[in-house]
Write a protein of this length. Structure first.
Length: 198
């Protein structure tokens, strides 16, 4: 009996060291050497300042910016300042989900001066499962071109060309859908805008 207990303790200690110390250390060193940007959160710096991460959505509300998907997680920022990711978990028959979607669609139509029955891109009215999805569909980005161009006094063709430049193809050519990273697009938009409007 003592022998079995001793073996169990040894096995626990050995595997704790291997899986809890050595393995994470080796992976961390490898990631920092091979993929330092990704390992550190794909952070985006501008003029020496951290402006966000390519992996997390930020809230943009002004007419001069492209808007991300609605977020059920306040875009990962809470009172504590810590990032959090979560969806609403509302099912398709949820009255609250239906109210949220109707409210989002109305706000979107109002902002773009559209009739009450005008179709709008689904990803601009439904929150993502993570609550911090940084991408929108190319259709959702194109939908916003007129508003952004008018608010900045830029030509629609110029803004549309910028959107097309930031359309990312499906990963490895076949996984997922084409998408547009809202943060990167808005940063490029600021850089292209001679007035640098904020």
């Amino acid at each position: 009996m003592i022998k079995i207990i001793t073996q169990s303790i040894r096995q626990t200690l050995v595997w704790t060291v291997i899986c809890g110390v050595i393995y994470p250390f080796v992976l961390t060193v490898f990631a920092q050497l091979a993929f330092p940007r990704q390992a550190n959160g794909s952070l985006v710096m501008r003029e020496g300042k951290l402006v966000g991460s390519e992996l997390m959505a930020q809230q943009f509300t002004g007419a001069k910016y492209f808007w991300p998907r609605p977020s059920a997680a306040a875009y990962g920022t809470g009172p504590s300042g810590l990032a959090a990711s979560s969806g609403s978990n509302f099912g398709p028959t949820s009255a609250q989900l239906q109210t949220n979607v109707r409210t989002n669609a109305k706000a979107l139509r109002d902002a773009h001066k559209l009739p009450a029955d005008a179709p709008v891109p689904a990803d601009l009215v439904y929150a993502s499962a993570s609550g911090v999805d940084p991408h929108i569909s190319p259709a959702a980005a194109r939908f916003q071109v007129g508003r952004v161009a008018a608010a900045r006094g830029m030509g629609e063709d110029t803004v549309r060309a910028l959107v097309e430049r930031f359309v990312e193809p499906p990963q490895w050519g076949f996984l997922g859908e084409a998408r547009v990273n809202v943060l990167l697009l808005n940063l490029a938009l600021d850089a292209a805008d001679p007035k640098k409007s904020g």
